[in-house]
Design a protein around this ligand. Structure first.
Ligand SMILES: [Mg+2]
Length: 261
């Protein structure tokens, strides 16, 4: 199904590779096929909760060996954006999980606990499965005081085998409502993760296919940088929604296995 001029794939993960803990299809066979076709690939995910090493291990547990350099997360995107604007050692209050914390610390930033949040020079928000009122209150006070507000991604929901649960965007909306301030966002549909992925792949936009399950993030991001796009129907967006999407999507497949067949 993939045209012969395509040399590389930028793959989303949630809804393409797995849904929560459940792999979508026979992953070892799918990646054997991708390698047989000589396609390079990176994973670009708006999910900033895990580190590249954690994704590498998770894929290895599912029978797919990759290099950690093949993973680009929205947490890495935020850390990169901040490293261009703020000095090393800048104090950052984070609502988020391990992925964002490690990415910021790797770039030399100091991640504050909620008790020390009033010292923050920057506030960063991603999905945090231990979010609570105290964290949200501190974040609101910071943003209302004019502290710069960054976010990993704005995905409204997150796919699980039982259906969709609140994503980072849903939690962000609490801070946005309480402050009337919009964050600066690293993840898809903003182009940054695509640009970082293209840099890692070394392929041109025309020969790099962006694959995802969500129109308003994956497909929009691919189209915004001028890459061909493929929607898989194994996640969030439906065929009916895809048919309405403008500009048109290059390929639509039931899942990744069908796409690479
Ligand atoms: Mg997805």
């Amino acid at each position: 199904m993939i045209p012969s001029n395509i040399k590389a794939l930028i793959l989303d993960m949630d809804g393409v590779i797995w849904k929560s803990d459940a792999p979508i299809g026979d992953l070892p066979a799918i990646f054997k096929r991708i390698r047989e076709r000589g396609l390079k690939f990176v994973f670009a995910t708006n999910n900033g909760t895990k580190t590249p090493e954690e994704y590498q291990k998770r894929l290895a547990d599912l029978g797919v060996e990759i290099d950690k350099e093949q993973v680009v997360t929205s947490a890495m995107g935020v850390a990169f954006m901040l490293s261009k604007k703020f000095p090393k050692g800048a104090k950052i209050f984070v609502i988020g999980e391990n992925g964002i914390r490690v990415a910021l610390e790797n770039d030399g930033f100091e991640v504050l606990s909620v008790e020390n949040a009033p010292q923050a020079q920057v506030f960063v928000m991603g999905i945090d499965r231990d979010v609570n009122f105290q964290k949200v209150a501190e974040a609101t006070l910071l943003v209302r005081a004019g502290i710069p507000f960054y976010a990993t991604n704005t995905d409204k929901t997150f796919p699980t085998p039982r259906g969709e649960i609140p994503g980072a965007g849903a939690w962000l909306s609490v801070i946005i409502t309480a402050t009337s301030v919009e964050p600066i966002v690293a993840g898809k549909p903003f182009p940054y993760l695509m640009e970082l992925s293209l840099e890692k792949l070394g392929t041109s936009k025309a020969e790099t296919l962006v694959v995802g399950d969500r129109l308003e993030t994956d497909i929009a991001a691919g189209q915004s940088v001028g890459c061909p796009t493929a929607l898989v129907l194994s996640g969030v967006s439906t065929k009916a929604q895809a048919d309405q999407w403008k500009p048109g999507i290059d390929l639509i497949a039931d899942d990744l296995a069908a796409l690479v067949k």
